[in-house]
Write a protein that binds this ligand. Structure first.
Ligand code: AGP
Length: 614
């Protein structure tokens, strides 16, 4: 995710652009830049690091131009540095971009062969060069043609070639006073102001200027100028949000906003990695090294803390079933002190949303010191953990503001599911073809399956509101649902401050069943999987002792409905994606209870977003 701002009108553009970028930093902050339509040429300034750095380097430049575009980046292709920062220039045009051009590599190869020189590793520059190549060719063929007609024709021709979901805003040296762009699956919102036009990736950069906005229609080229935004199918809506609500995109909290971002986040995390043909290999940033690493691995350690450790625990099932790989999961604060055994062929993977967790970083450094190959699954590309691991398999969740992790968790599980599937193929494992194939297809439809579950959010929130008076809430699951039960308990306790415990369903009779009475609610994850019958037996044990049962199962399961006080039926899902989908109702149950108790949803007491202390 990245943040785009564009302005054209009667006021100085730079202050508007920089203020807009500050409001969009939650979408990415590893580098930022702007381009202004100057009297002699474009004035372009780019800076690695957050927007404040760009503000600093812009001071005293005396840039008073009245039209420009700006961008704050969340690196997808190419390191987060000045070279890869937007805007990117190509001849007469300069462009900013949000989203991913999936087929950028083949287009770049073709343009390079035709003599185009690239200065960055980004897909964005490829898009800019493609438009410019088409524009200059059209201009050569029709020297007297109107520059705007030529530019728009070039944009359309380039859009016909690129694949992916994206939004772009650009300016041309030949056509001062105008911005051009399109959204093709990545949002753009704009407003016709009394003195010009403003375009941005999200409402929070527009609302401070005007509460009458337009969500730009997908696939329609727009033109913005002093008189406003011009685009086919444009509708104007009145938004009555406070500034705080704008920050949260209309949601009551960042956490709720991030829960609802999960379909887009999973789509972003899979884009460019999931092959269109189920038989083809997955696509990673370091393909060759990736293949060498996994063809020679003998044992895998997955090391993390908290929610990230729950993702690691679920991945253990993936790697052992699909790749027949010995996979050990360790809590980082234990791993670093237990003098682990590193046999030849050992790989250590660390998982971290923040990329700064002290215990996880110490575990990574221990593995690096012992000469072990390491990789990180991290949500902050240039964090310490990301930079110090041998390989990166980044999630694309974008900055996560809520301290209780939600979208980063499902993004971690998505990467781990894809990685384990791919490692199984690299190791030539055929033993679990059924769950392997259904899980590949499950990944492909995961964003819409997540959307479907989120459409029932109110149902889960309402159930959560009823849990505040129980003596304790137990979360129970088997197999891949066991780590999700642990995650459900962690979400619940860290948001509501109430006692909650997660454990393996098979462990109930080894002690926890002593808890059970009518003041105890047991939330059980019981999809119709290979462990279903065993879990139903556990439910009967709980029922017999008067426990209050909330059960997440496969929709239409009459047996579970009959056994439960509340039954949440979910669509049947692939073995590998069922854990990801089951996390959503648990996030919303915890949210509903915490809100009913008037807890601080985004900043629960005693917690920190990044635990950089031991
Ligand atoms: C997540 O809801 C918790 N706030 C916490 O357990 C977190 O997962 C843990 O501190 C690890 O953080 P990391 O993923 O940034 O390393």
């Amino acid at each position: 995710m990245c943040g785009i701002v564009g302005y054209v009108g009667e006021r100085q553009a730079l202050p508007i652009l920089l203020e807009g970028l500050k409001r969009l930093e939650y979408r990415g902050y590893d580098s930022a830049g702007f381009a202004l339509q100057g009297p002699v040429d474009f004035e372009i300034k780019r800076n690695a690091g957050p927007v404040d750095g760009l503000v600093e380097v812009s001071k005293g430049l005396g840039l008073t131009e009245k039209e420009g575009i700006a961008h704050t980046r969340w690196a997808t292709h190419g390191a987060p540095n000045e070279t890869n920062a937007h805007p990117h220039r190509a001849g007469e045009i300069v462009l900013v971009h949000n989203g991913i051009i999936e087929n950028y590599a083949e287009i770049k190869e073709r343009l390079t062969a035709s003599g185009v020189k690239f200065s960055s590793q980004t897909d964005t520059e490829v898009f800019a060069q493609l438009i410019e190549a088409k524009r200059s060719r059209l201009a050569e063929d029709s020297p007297g043609a109107n520059p705007e007609t030529t530019l728009i024709a070039a944009m359309k021709a380039a859009m016909a070639e690129v694949e992916g979901h994206y939004a772009i805003v650009l300016m041309s040296r030949q056509i001062p006073g105008k911005l051009y762009g399109i959204q093709n699956g990545a949002p753009l919102v704009g407003s016709t102001l009394k003195d010009g036009a403003l375009i941005a990736s999200d409402l929070q950069a527009v609302i401070p200027h005007h509460n009458e906005v337009s969500f730009l229609p997908k696939g329609e080229i727009f033109i913005a100028d002093r008189d406003g935004i011009h685009c086919a199918g444009l509708k104007v809506e009145k938004i009555d949000w406070t500034a705080d609500k704008v920050e949260k995109g209309g949601y009551e909290s960042f956490m709720l906003k991030e829960i609802f971002q999960q379909p887009m986040v999973v789509a972003d995390t899979l884009t460019g990695r999931l092959p269109s043909d189920p038989k083809s290999p997955f696509i990673w940033d370091h393909q060759k090294a990736h293949e060498v690493l996994w063809k020679n691995v003998k044992r895998l350690y997955l090391v993390a803390c908290g929610t990230s450790a729950h993702a690691a625990m679920a991945a253990k099932y993936f790697f052992e079933r699909w790749a027949r790989l010995d996979c050990q999961v360790d809590i980082a604060s234990e791993f670093r002190y237990r003098d682990p055994v590193f046999e030849p062929g050992t790989v250590v993977g660390v998982i971290s949303q923040s990329g700064e967790t002290a215990d996880t970083l110490a575990a990574l450094r221990l593995a690096n010191e012992r000469g072990v190959s390491t990789f990180s699954i991290c949500n902050v590309p240039n964090s310490t953990i990301a930079r110090e691991s041998s390989f990166q398999y980044p999630t694309k969740a974008g900055p996560e503001i809520g301290v209780a992790s939600t979208k980063a968790f499902t993004a971690q599980l998505t990467v781990l599911c894809a990685l384990a599937l791919d490692v199984g193929r690299l190791r030539g494992i055929q033993s679990a073809r059924d769950t392997e194939q259904e899980s590949f297809l499950g990944l492909a439809r995961l964003p819409q399956d997540l959307d479907h579950i989120l459409s029932r959010s109110e149902e889960f929130i309402r159930i959560g509101e009823t849990l505040g008076k129980q003596r304790i809430i137990l979360f129970v699951g088997r197999g891949t649902m066991f780590p999700i039960a642990l995650e459900g308990a962690l979400k619940f306790k860290e948001l509501t401050y109430l006692p909650a415990e997660g454990f393996a369903a098979g462990e109930l009779k080894h002690g926890p069943i002593a808890y059970i009475d009518p003041e105890v609610t047991v939330i059980t994850l019981a999809p119709k999987d290979e462990w279903y019958q065993k879990t139903v037996s556990n439910l009967e044990e709980i029922r017999a002792r008067g426990g209050h049962l909330i059960t997440l199962g496969t929709e239409g399961d009459r047996v579970l409905e009959g056994l439960s006080d509340s039954f949440i039926g979910l669509p049947s899902a692939a073995w590998g994606t069922a854990p990801i989908l089951s996390a959503i109702p648990l996030q919303l149950l915890a949210y509903g209870c915490a809100r009913a108790l008037d807890r601080n949803i985004d900043k629960p007491r005693n917690l920190a977003k990044s635990v950089t202390v031991e």
